[in-house]
Ligand binder design. Structure first.
Ligand SMILES: Nc1ncnc2c1ncn2[C@@H]1O[C@H](COP(=O)(O)OP(=O)(O)OP(=O)(O)O)[C@@H](O)[C@H]1O
Ligand SMILES: NC(=O)c1ccc[n+]([C@@H]2O[C@H](CO)[C@@H](O)[C@H]2O)c1
Length: 208
């Protein structure tokens, strides 16, 4: 049995969850693990001098638990106690006859946490421009909801900081950046049916 751990990281509202769910429909034995499921409760999240809750930092997340969950899935993808959503369909023809199990770990802060760096078989980083990100974020309701000024005062500066750190640490080796234009083209040519992203993944798996 082969296990593949795919990182789908990148900016908030970049479309990570949407893409992960669409890929799961097309890939065999595919589960999703969401970093958002590892957020600490609100009372444990720090507040800065402007009154902004510091959600967009590693300290806001139970990262050790996330690593443990990924490792336990890798050891036992079918019987793992990891609470991942599983795919129901397996409409894909793989070259290899060996059974392949895929975990897509999706989240906004995947590549700045050292213990996770070794788990990725493939890593993707979704980016969208500031304006588009701000627009999409304004349509979302988090719990707690973003207070006024939160995007510019916390979310976007933290995104830039973490992206810079990731690149400076050379943690982005082997990373595939999926940029906005790409996503836009795919969406306008029917993102779902074109299966373009699925094909990228399948190409990788056929190489394995
Ligand atoms: N390819 C796309 N084109 C346009 N809008 C998209 C696309 N993918 C997702 N969206 C929209 O962007 C918003 C965020 O999508 P999604 O929840 O998948 O992002 P995310 O990266 O998982 O965000 P977060 O990490 O903040 O939860 C949603 O409103 C979704 O409908
Ligand atoms: N899931 C949560 O508890 C929570 C609460 C407040 C804000 N967020 C936001 O989620 C995004 C990542 O998906 C981050 O940008 C957080 O600001 C999450």
């Amino acid at each position: 049995m082969k296990v593949l751990v795919i990182g789908l990281g990148g900016v908030t509202n970049g479309g990570k969850t949407t893409l992960a769910k669409r890929l799961r429909k097309q890939l065999p034995n595919c589960s999703i693990l969401s970093q958002d499921d590892f957020f600490k409760p609100e009372c444990e999240v720090e507040i800065d001098e402007h009154g902004f809750k510091q959600y967009d930092v590693l300290d806001a997340l139970y990262m050790e638990e996330m690593v443990t969950s990924i490792h336990s899935w890798m050891k036992n993808p079918t019987g793992s106690s990891v609470s991942t959503a599983e795919s129901k369909s397996t409409p894909v023809n793989l070259k290899s006859t060996e059974e392949v199990h895929i975990l897509i770990a999706e989240g906004f802060l995947l590549y700045n946490y050292e213990p996770l760096n070794e788990v990725w078989d493939r890593r993707y980083f979704l980016t969208i421009p500031y304006e588009e990100c701000k627009r999409r974020r304004s349509t979302r309701v988090y719990q707690p909801a973003d207070p006024p000024g939160y995007f510019d005062g916390h979310v976007w500066p933290m995104y830039l900081k973490h992206k810079r750190e990731m690149e400076e640490n050379k943690n982005n080796i082997g990373m595939v950046y999926i940029i906005f234009k790409y996503i836009k083209i795919i969406k306008s040519s029917d993102f779902c049916k074109s299966l373009y992203f699925s094909r990228i993944f399948l190409a990788f798996m056929q190489q394995c």
